[in-house]
Write a protein that binds this ligand. Structure first.
Ligand SMILES: Cc1ncc(COP(=O)(O)O)c(C=O)c1O
Length: 415
């Protein structure tokens, strides 16, 4: 049988939405400058789906720095992998700055967060070691764990009691194999918005011998008194052995970094295959992230503005009786009851009639008959945006509860 033949029959779990939904729910195009108001299919929409937390994506100072760096360096320099010919003083300096900011000895730049963390996990463990990780971990963690040849244990999301049981088993196992234990969680979980139970996990170090890797993609720049992330927010930054974040969210760029003890980062520099065998970050990204770091440190008002919007939005939604789950971060899920058809009709109504664009999450990511609207507030949103959105959400909730979306409006709309 031709290997490719099956693709005509089964497009995969996401590919099954590749029909009429393509261009609308799948691969939609938001056009114009990165801002709360962008164009979707030619019409202005209020956008709540970009992880541009601090509003840096289109900040004039950032745009200027990016443009100047591109003018000066082009997109190629430095050529080659860091280890071979792609290193520069500016890469080194940015690493020192990142390490200092997250209160670690040393840091290492990564080209992309996904491939970076996957490869870090791969570099650190061998078949004697045990990985224990949170069940709601991002795909990049799950895929990194999949490469591991030794034992892997998953604990229910933030269930520290279960984690402890698994640590006890892992300890027994590693005492036989002579290996070590790596615990992996996130600082802020991107769907629910709740923080990883870092304080409790770090406290388990008193009883068990393990190392902790935290993916703080959503916490870096948003959480903690200085924006150094969820570890800082929970006052356990010291207990995090390896701190990771992407630049794709608060930093509104590309790339990522991992920070920890000097000798560990040194080891990772020589053993992380996704970096050894891939071109290093081009200079405009390095200079662009340096500029963003400078702003993150010197302009706390960006984070304050973000939190003003977050607090107004979350309080407003709660006051109107919405279920926004257990979030303790800017990520704001709005949880409603309804099937997949209703979710599509509701989201269509939101976009077409209320001009609001946010992500819609359905089964199997959330339980059956649950619709999750995921709102990402940013420092560039306004109080008017918040009020407009809460009013629209009240209207769609009412329509959902009175069965308006049960009719197959969506199919009609796409005909
Ligand atoms: C929790 C988490 N980790 C890692 C990544 C991957 O980062 P990148 O986009 O830099 O590959 C993402 C998504 O961007 C994420 O949400």
């Amino acid at each position: 049988m031709d290997l490719f033949e099956k693709f005509t029959v089964d497009m995969g779990p996401l590919g099954k939405h590749a029909g009429v939904e393509e261009g609308y729910f799948m691969f939609p195009k938001l056009e114009g400058e990165i801002a709360p108001r962008m164009k979707f299919r030619g019409k202005e929409v209020l956008t709540w789906s970009l992880n541009n937390y601090l509003g840096l994506g289109n900040h004039p100072e950032v745009r200027k720095a990016d443009a100047e760096a591109a003018e000066k360096w082009g997109l190629a320099y430095p050529m080659g992998a860091r280890m071979m010919s792609g290193n520069s003083d500016k890469h080194d300096a940015l690493e020192r700055e990142l390490a200092q900011f997250v209160q670690k000895e040393s840091a290492m730049l990564l080209n992309y967060g996904y491939q970076g963390i996957l490869s870090i996990i791969d570099a650190m463990v061998d078949r004697k070691d045990v990985i224990v990780y949170d069940a709601e971990s991002h795909a990049c963690i799950v895929d990194g764990v999949r490469l591991h040849l030794g034992s892997r244990k998953v604990y229910p999301h933030n269930d520290v009691h279960k984690l402890e049981k698994q640590l006890a088993q892992a300890t027994k196992l590693t005492s036989e194999t002579g290996g070590g234990i790596l615990v992996i969680t996130e600082g802020v979980f991107g769907m629910s918005g709740n923080m990883g139970a870092l304080k409790e996990i770090v406290a388990l170090k008193e009883k068990y011998d393990f190392r902790l890797l935290v993916d703080d993609a959503h916490g870096f720049g948003t959480m903690g008194p200085t924006g150094a992330g969820a570890g800082e927010a929970q006052q356990v930054q010291d207990g995090i052995d390896l701190y990771f974040s992407t630049f794709a969210k608060s930093m509104a760029a590309i790339g990522a970094f991992v920070a920890g003890d000097e000798h560990v980062i040194r080891y990772l520099k020589y053993n992380t295959r996704s970096q050894i065998f891939a071109k290093s970050l081009p200079m405009p990204f390095v200079e662009g992230v340096s500029k963003r770091m400078h702003m993150l440190k010197k302009m706390p008002e960006l984070r304050e503005k973000l939190w003003t919007i977050v607090n107004a939005l979350q309080k407003g939604l709660r006051d109107k009786g919405f279920n926004i789950g257990t979030t303790t971060s800017p990520v704001t899920p709005v949880i409603l009851n309804g099937g997949v058809g209703e979710a599509a009709a509701l989201a269509y109504d939101l976009r077409e009639n209320f001009n609001i664009f946010c992500s819609v999450v359905i089964y199997p990511v959330v339980p059956k008959d649950t619709i999750m609207l995921r709102i990402i507030p940013t420092a560039s949103h306004t109080m008017e945006d918040v009020e407009e959105t809460i009013a629209a959400f009240e209207a769609i909730k009412h329509k959902l509860e009175t069965g308006v979306y049960k009719k197959d409006q969506l199919a009609a709309a796409f005909q």
